[in-house]
Design a protein around this ligand. Structure first.
Ligand code: BG6
Length: 490
């Protein structure tokens, strides 16, 4: 791996502490950091290098996936790469000071000037930082440069386009790594290859055999301490436009014969482009917008959304979205994709369920089957991981009734790498496969834009649901219209 200077904006922030340092430490343990590696942490606060390294050590001791052993020498070697520099993102002088510091580290360690700028800061700082990197010459050395940013990438289609245009003045598309942490989850990384992974799947994986696809990301937490952000974002911007549509793309991207070398990004783009657009007026028929009311989540009574600290008592913000999407693509034509995501639901689970049509000659469902097909491929993405095939079969020796059968194709592996480990490792290697490319982001916003407008004009009614439930009843009704139901715990 090439020598790298990792320049971290927001080095004293929460994300750095909980995710970035632990990820770097685990990459270090696995020998996946470049052998010549320097990290410069940036923040507004004055800190000595010693205090900074002490903070990083505390972070890895608290949050690392692999426990920090008493191997003081290894921890010492890891921390040795870390330096700190005070920087006010709006002060041009500070960037010149940073350039001096980077250059002297590069000389000291004889590093090729490859620089990765990681912006672990609020989105309002993306543009000014990128512009200052450009103006100060930080990005014009002889090596490569990369920019890593997190969502939110804009708050609607026009603002996302505007942000991208401004970032492109300093960084080309191939230099921008947009993190969507769902793409770093190990099970998500397997999705695209799943249909090709076994002859049985290849046989099943035709549009004619697939009745529907459901994607759920349910959470038990409420708005937490993020009222200021969340009340202006809602589930549609916070989860749907990015994580949920990325999951859809990962699953729907498929490989037409003879195009095995087509890049994942190209196939994902085709999937999102195939989404049948909704108009603002049509949104109501295909989208359910919900907000949690008071209730009980896993035995604990909780307040409703509008009674949460910092939330406007009149807020009509969405904490739940369910939607039916169709793809105009020869493979997926006629197969509805159902997506739902919500806060304060009954359990924490991210799961994809592919429901198959019944085969000719298969016994008709009985009353206990609730009249629905039960042939499912269930992909559990988190917090549990696993892939199972579920069905019902008759065992004539025992009874005439059908019994559930379940085939575990992959049990829950222990000790899988964290999403951030995968993604930071990829960014260091320059592999953008599991990042959100601009086309995908732009097409996702384009699909969501009429829904944002329908919400703003109150064309989609806000449905309350009790905290601890499966969401509003209208979300079940949406599937029932096509003879389907959500599969939560089968
Ligand atoms: C984040 C959202 O992107 O994803 C949060 O901003 C949400 O609101 C989180 O809680 C969920 O991530 P995970 O990995 O716990 O499913």
């Amino acid at each position: 791996m090439e020598p790298t200077t990792f320049v971290l904006f927001g080095a004293t922030g929460d994300l750095a502490k909980r995710k970035i340092y632990p990820a770097l430490y685990n990459l270090f343990l696995d020998g996946k950091l470049p052998p010549s590696f320097a990290l410069i942490g940036l923040g507004r606060r004055e800190l000595s290098d010693e205090t900074f390294r002490g903070n990083v050590e505390r972070s890895i001791r608290t949050f690392s996936r692999r426990k920090v052993q008493d191997d003081a020498a290894a921890v010492e070697r890891f921390l040795d790469a870390f330096r700190y520099c005070v920087l006010d993102v709006g002060r041009k002088d500070d960037y010149r000071k940073l350039l001096d510091m980077i250059e002297s580290r590069e000389q000291e360690l004889r590093l090729t000037p490859n620089r990765l700028f990681y912006l672990s800061v609020g989105p309002e700082f993306f543009e000014p930082i990128a512009a200052n990197i450009q103006e100060s010459g930080l990005g014009s050395a002889d090596g490569w440069k990369r920019l890593v940013i997190e969502k939110p990438f804009g708050r609607d289609l026009p603002s996302a386009r505007d942000l991208n245009r401004k970032l492109n003045q300093a960084f080309a598309e191939h230099e921008i790594f947009r993190i969507d942490h769902y793409l770093g989850k190990p099970m998500v990384q397997k999705l695209e290859a799943l249909p090709r992974s076994h002859p049985a799947f290849q046989a099943l994986w035709t549009g004619r055999r697939i009745a529907s696809v459901q994607i759920t990301a349910a959470e038990t937490v409420g708005v937490e301490e993020r009222a200021g952000y969340y009340d202006h974002s809602g589930a549609i911007r916070d989860m749907f436009q990015n994580h949920m549509l990325q999951l859809l793309m990962m699953l729907a991207a498929h490989l037409p014969a003879g195009q095995a070398d087509e890049k994942a990004g190209v196939r994902k783009k085709k999937a999102v482009q195939a989404l049948r657009p909704l108009t603002k007026e049509e949104a109501k028929a295909h989208v359910v917008r919900g907000q949690y009311a008071a209730g009980t989540v896993q035995g604990t009574p909780v307040v409703g959304y509008t009674a949460e600290p910092g939330i406007d008592a009149e807020s009509a913000n969405d904490t739940f979205i369910a939607a039916r999407l169709l793809l105009d693509d020869p493979f997926w034509r006629g197969v509805p994709f159902y997506i739902r995501t919500g806060k304060r639901m009954s359990g924490k689970s991210t799961r994809i369920v592919v429901e198959f049509e019944r085969l000719p000659g298969q016994p008709l469902p009985t009353a206990e089957d609730e009249g629905a097909a039960h042939d499912l491929l269930v992909v559990d993405i988190g917090p549990e991981e696993g892939i199972t095939l579920r069905s019902k079969a008759n065992d004539p020796r025992r009874s005439a009734a059908s019994e559930p059968i379940r085939i575990d194709l992959q049990a829950n592996p222990d000790d899988v790498p964290e999403a951030y480990e995968n993604l930071i490792g990829d960014a260091l290697r320059g592999d953008a496969t599991f990042f959100a490319h601009w086309d995908e982001v732009e097409w996702s916003w384009a699909w969501v834009q009429p829904i944002l407008e329908a919400f703003a004009d109150n064309l989609v009614p806000l449905r309350l649901y009790a905290a601890g439930s499966e969401g509003p009843a209208e979300s079940d009704a949406l599937l029932a219209e096509n003879g389907h139901r959500w599969w939560s715990d089968s």
